[in-house]
Design a binder for this molecule. Sequence first.
Ligand SMILES: C[S@@+](CC[C@H](N)C(=O)[O-])C[C@H]1O[C@@H](n2cnc3c(N)ncnc32)[C@H](O)[C@@H]1O
Length: 401
Amino acid sequence: MNEAHTVERPTDIDELFRPTQDERARRGFVSALRNHAKVTMRDAMQRHYEQVIEPAHVALHGHPPVSGAAIEELMQDQPAYQIYGSVRYNAQRMVYLTAIDPIEREHERLVQFARTVASERPAGGTLRLNSELAVPRYVTALDVHLIPGGFHSEYVADDVAQGALIAWGGQASRGANVERADDGGGVARSIATWLKRAHPKFKPAAMLDLGTQSGKNLVPYLDVFPQVEAHGVDVSAPALRYGHVKAECAGKRVHFSQQNAEELDFPDAHFQLIVSSFFFHELPLKATRRILAECHRLLAPGGMMVHMELPPHELCTAWQNFYWDWDAKHNNEPFYVDFRSQELPTLMSEAGFDKDATFMRVVPNVATFDMQQYEGFLAGEVAAPLHGRGGWFVFGARKDG
Ligand SMILES: C[S@@+](CC[C@H](N)C(=O)[O-])C[C@H]1O[C@@H](n2cnc3c(N)ncnc32)[C@H](O)[C@@H]1O
């Protein structure tokens, strides 16, 4: 049964997401299936490894497998791994498929609503698009994360559909993941909280979010730093259009622009804070180096950059590396392994930052952390949760000044 009802003037673009009852049921199922793979099946696979595979390897070689790649080789023939991979891959694909029909039904209204809000700009934010921008091949060549059409595809003039697909598909992927327990903006809330609590005097006048997409991990900074001039850049026009509408409807003043983060048009030293989340693992190393150099150019003296990412191989166990590197081959993330094998302080110092002013740490996810313990965490008396299990790994630096 179609539950669609007439909404004359939505107050938010997400009101145009009107799945039928069957589509809702499908989303619930896919969400639960993905969660089942990512938690229950993962744990079962790990138990099998620890109880059977690793002891057999130790008996034969006198030591456990030394790397994630070595574990992958041992696990490839194991049903626990094959079933996990098969369910996880298909659940990931279906997450986005659940959003396509509702988007196609409302496509015209989505585009029209985005046009209207962009012309009114009730919150005073801006959207600068550049139709001449060459979207890098590492973005266009494949459907990253198995999102049909990837990050950037456009089908009609002023299209916003791909932005909606990423957002509404993504919601189905987060829905049931108990360990994440946030609405998608949790990384920003967690880093902003850490900045405010660990550096109480730090009050950025202007900030920039790289690979901002819809700005969902940018907008929450405005709650912690209400005066900040907030900028978000991405190469994807439809994601930026969607984000612009979201921010304007939420009354959040954000300045979005379509730019390649490797070469930005902001003046030197314009920002006190540069952030990103889930961004660097999408990039070839050459682009990473150029972007870190841009961060150094764009930061004012004393400014900080804080990038949330997967932790590097060197800080993880062989099992964690095996688990996280799965995405490289099976979730269209070809640069994952290369990124994770880097020495981040070296990369940052090569980009111009003083190595002693660089940092790597895990900040607690404020959606799940017991905030009574936060002072203890800051004092080093309470351990940070693991990345992805109640914490977010971040790396960054403070610019001399
Ligand atoms: C995984 S998404 C991150 C989304 C967002 N930061 C979040 O927290 O959900 C990566 C984003 O980076 C963008 N991107 C990739 N390469 C880029 C580049 N060179 N410059 C700007 N944006 C880029 C993609 O278009 C995509 O929207």
